[in-house]
Design a protein around this ligand. Sequence first.
Ligand SMILES: NC(=O)c1ccc[n+]([C@@H]2O[C@H](COP(=O)([O-])OP(=O)(O)OC[C@H]3O[C@@H](n4cnc5c(N)ncnc54)[C@H](OP(=O)(O)O)[C@@H]3O)[C@@H](O)[C@H]2O)c1
Length: 231
Amino acid sequence: MRIRGIRAVVTGASRGIGAALARELGRRGAAGLVLAARDAKRLAGVACELRGMKTQVEEVAGDVAWPETAGRIAAAAEALGGLDLVVNNAAVVNEPADLATIPDEEWRRIFETNVLGAVRVARATLPLLARARPGCLLNISSYWGRAGAARFAPYCASKFAIEGLSQSLAEELPETIVCAVNPGVVATDMLATAFGGDVSGYTSPEECARGFADLIESLELADSGRPQTVE
Ligand SMILES: NC(=O)c1ccc[n+]([C@@H]2O[C@H](COP(=O)([O-])OP(=O)(O)OC[C@H]3O[C@@H](n4cnc5c(N)ncnc54)[C@H](OP(=O)(O)O)[C@@H]3O)[C@@H](O)[C@H]2O)c1
């Protein structure tokens, strides 16, 4: 899919990989972007940079774990006049902990954000994506969506769910490219929560975003349902 001229949704676009990807899409000539995240101030900062690149931007400050946020994202995409790409990137990780000490509320927080958030955004935007030829839905997974990790059961289970969601939708939607994408280890706030301490030696979000943009430009309908990796 050629990025120049596309309209895209990126959730979790206030910082980390999502913000870097939004900037990279703008740099490569995306016509319009819907950026979503909870932190309205940070989101506005990213949006301001993108408008400076002549990209039309709609901001949706909201929590993807709230049922109404997906509808607001779809309405913002309508305001762009259509949609070619949706990147379900927003997610949270649990603090490392043994299963016995993780309460139901933490499982709910992780699943409401990482799984139901992605499901609702997909459900609300797929009618718009279906009009693109072909539209593309990228669900950001993780290495931990393909292999388990001690003390990260909620996060790993949520990312395995993302893999299953992506493969099911790829079967269900033969006209749309649907893939789960696993970024490598990237120096973000999430990584600092997961690994603790200084993560500055890892791949930068900007480098990861360039890999994402290259992947997007290479994707074809035949790739739908195939797990993808960005180093
Ligand atoms: N970093 C890595 O090494 C790594 C590796 C594999 C996969 N991933 C995946 O890559 C994606 C991006 O991760 P990251 O490392 O960039 O994480 P991050 O730095 O923690 O950023 C997460 C983004 O998601 C947003 N977000 C979190 N909860 C949200 C909610 N409930 N509603 C709306 N937005 C929400 C955050 O913004 P607000 O706080 O403003 O809402 C932020 O913009 C995630 O899906 C993650 O699982 C990351």
